[in-house]
Design a protein around this ligand. Sequence first.
Ligand code: KIV
Ligand code: NA
Length: 277
Amino acid sequence: MKVKQTTDFFKMKQMEEKIAMVTAYDYPSAKLAEEAGVDMILVGDSLGMVVLGYDSTIPVTVSDMVHHTKAVKRGAKNTFIVTDLPFMSYHLGRDEALKNSACIIQEGGAHAVKLEGGAEVADKIAALTEAGIPVMAHIGLTPQKVGIFGGYKVQGKTAAAAKKLLEDAKACEQAGAFAVVLECVPRQLAEEVTASLTIPTIGIGAGRAVDGQVLVFHDLVRFGSERVAKFVKQFADADTVMRNGLTQYVQEVKNRLFPEEKHTYTMKSEELAVLYG
Ligand code: KIV
Ligand code: NA
């Protein structure tokens, strides 16, 4: 299959074909995502929480993102890959944003970068787009601002906040973003934003009236995610499957049931005779 392009995502919006996106952080998760037929993979900085065990996405670095993007790329050679610009990798100025995005694209192999923010990062979106780097914006609940929000909460619930969010979405489109993630916003607002933009909206906790959906891989398959947000649907239970397998392994080792003959190598008796004389 051919790798989709940003123009394919515009067409999908026009044709009202939903875009299915999921995060992936390594070779096997990327391979599974591609085999399942997702339209785009996000190497999200959520990797800090779901695979590295941090409390937030704040400690994640550009080199973490490059490292994981490389693995994802090897697992999903035919899928459009978007990689998050992590905390403070695009705030220090356009040059910094360009340099870090170049790393992610050239070294990591991503097709596009994602950054959090609306009007306040429009200059960075424009600089990256001008340099030929496709940018996905991310507004609503932006986890890199958890320290300001004071937790992971629904955004855009008041008329004033909703108006600001709509303006942010338009600013992202105007600056050249090819798509925008709407995280944790009321469905009515997501619908309004989607209708107001020509670029696709990708929702997470934004209801159905958006152009596509994204979920965190580990939330979707229930792998290590103890508590999940209201907007998550767990489509599988990998935790239970894996825990059962591991528990049985421990028991079989203790009870001398594993390994069996079929898992074992042997030497010919002639060789043994030589060995022991
Ligand atoms: O890092 C991430 O997984 C994300 C998605 C939740 C959109 O940014
Ligand atoms: Na992210």
